[in-house]
Design a protein around this ligand. Structure first.
Ligand SMILES: [Zn+2]
Length: 430
């Protein structure tokens, strides 16, 4: 589908309609016929990257694919009226989960391109350069690593990850080469820290707060601190009819006690936006007439601060040890992943709040992101800021994900206003 470049200044509604047409065009690029599935370094990813690259060019950006498969569209210096070497990065991702929604990630890339279109159509000069980025690996579905493409851009990619493989045994290195990327050039693709003014991302909220407040947009203060753990409990199998209750070492009952404590501990941490989830449980041998001998379950813990999250994990672990002794089972707690809190830069949140406040006509609400985003890599490069867009019922990672045309238009206007505000700040030498 060809999206004709916008001519002149559009109304917010017209901008939203353009965003909808672009969302629709990307949504049919999928590995599955009846669902949206677009994983990193697949033919679908390439197809979507080419479409996005075409849109960038039409909006007046010069687009290229970097060595990690990220599409980078740079505004030519002459078009911005820049007087510094600094560049403002705007981005999000075009990969999806399996059977995904259409807005997660994709909307942020589209909003970035449409903001550039409007900046140019309105003749707004900027004292810095502008680049729009379409990352390819935010969801981390194909490979057991995540944020590959933004980690490369931020210069924090760990080359050991090149050896990880997907389900078919294809390594990340092999997939990159087949895609046309270059595993040997990843390091050279990092932005130079002093040249980066900051990184901005527009993303759907993926939660219900903005909808409940009746506000289209919000300002993100931070991306939550997060860790994932695997808890394993070994008890003893036995006959469900013959082993007396007091002689059992039931691994599942021990797990149940720990799980309820996980909930109780998380409920106590509301002040630090603490949330904890057990989302996967395996019971072995898994028969209705056998006392469970072996239970494994996942634990995901997130909070507004690293301290609050670590304290919760510690408390859960201590409780698990107590259960271990009391029930004579063996409990092991393993940490699989740990990501520190990514705090948005006050300078950018201030500019976003001004931009959002101006377009939505009331002060912008601040909220924390419980979900992970490319900003977790980009914060290591420099300042980062995020705008959240209301989505229906907070539903995400689901085909029912939905954002209204008007909200998409308002999101573009808010990004334009934020960029203008940053321009004013930069000129004032702040
Ligand atoms: Zn996303």
């Amino acid at each position: 589908m060809t999206i004709v470049p916008a001519i002149g200044r559009l109304t917010t509604r017209q901008i939203g309609e353009r965003a909808q047409a672009m969302i629709d065009a990307l949504s049919v690029i999928s590995a599955d016929e009846d669902a949206l599935t677009r994983l990193y370094l697949t033919p679908e990813h390439r197809h979507a990257a080419e479409m996005v690259s075409g849109w960038m060019e039409a909006a007046g950006l010069s687009a290229r694919m970097d060595a990690a498969g990220t599409v980078r569209g740079a505004m030519p210096p002459a078009a911005t009226g820049r007087n510094s070497n600094k560049v403002l990065l705007i981005g999000s991702h075009i990969d999806t989960v399996i059977d995904a929604g259409r807005f997660d990630g994709n909307l942020g890339v589209i909003v970035g391109i449409l903001a550039v279109e409007q900046l140019r159509a309105r003749g707004i000069a900027l004292p810095f350069g502008l680049e729009v980025l379409a990352f390819g690996d935010e969801e981390g579905v194909r490979f057991p690593v995540t944020l590959t493409s933004s980690a490369v851009a931020a210069g924090v990619f760990d080359t050991k990850a090149l050896d990880v493989a997907d389900e078919k045994g294809v390594t990340l290195r092999e997939a990159l080469i087949a895609f046309g990327g270059d595993p040997e050039r990843l390091r050279q693709e990092a932005y130079q820290r002093p040249a980066v003014l900051g990184y901005l991302e527009v993303h759907i909220e993926q939660g219900p707060v903005l909808e409940r407040a009746g506000e289209p947009l919000g300002v993100v203060t931070a991306i939550a601190s997060q860790s994932r753990h695997r808890i394993r409990i070994r008890g003893e199998a036995g006959h469900a009819g013959t082993v007396p209750m007091e002689m059992r070492h039931d691994a599942l009952m021990a797990a149940a006690e720990i799980m309820l404590m996980v909930e109780a501990i998380a409920r106590k941490g509301k002040k630090h936006a603490l949330v904890a989830t057990v989302g996967h449980v395996e019971v072995m041998p898994g028969a209705s007439n056998v006392i469970p001998a072996d239970v494994r379950f996942s634990l995901d813990v997130r909070a507004a601060t690293d301290e609050a999250r670590k304290a919760a994990v510690e408390e859960i672990t201590l409780f698990a040890r107590k259960i271990d002794k009391r029930r004579h089972v063996v409990v092991g707690v393993e940490t699989m992943m740990e990501k520190g809190v990514a705090t948005c830069a006050p300078r950018l949140t201030k500019a976003i709040a001004a931009g959002v406040g101006a377009v939505q006509g009331k002060p912008a609400r601040s909220l924390m992101s419980g979900a992970g985003h490319d900003g977790q890599s980009m914060v290591q490069l420099g300042d980062f800021g995020m705008i959240f867009v209301r989505c229906r019922a907070g539903i995400s990672h689901n085909p029912n994900e939905w954002v209204s045309i008007d909200d998409m238009g308002v999101a573009v206007e808010a990004l334009v206003a934020t960029i203008e505000e940053l321009g004013r700040q930069e000129r004032a030498g702040r």
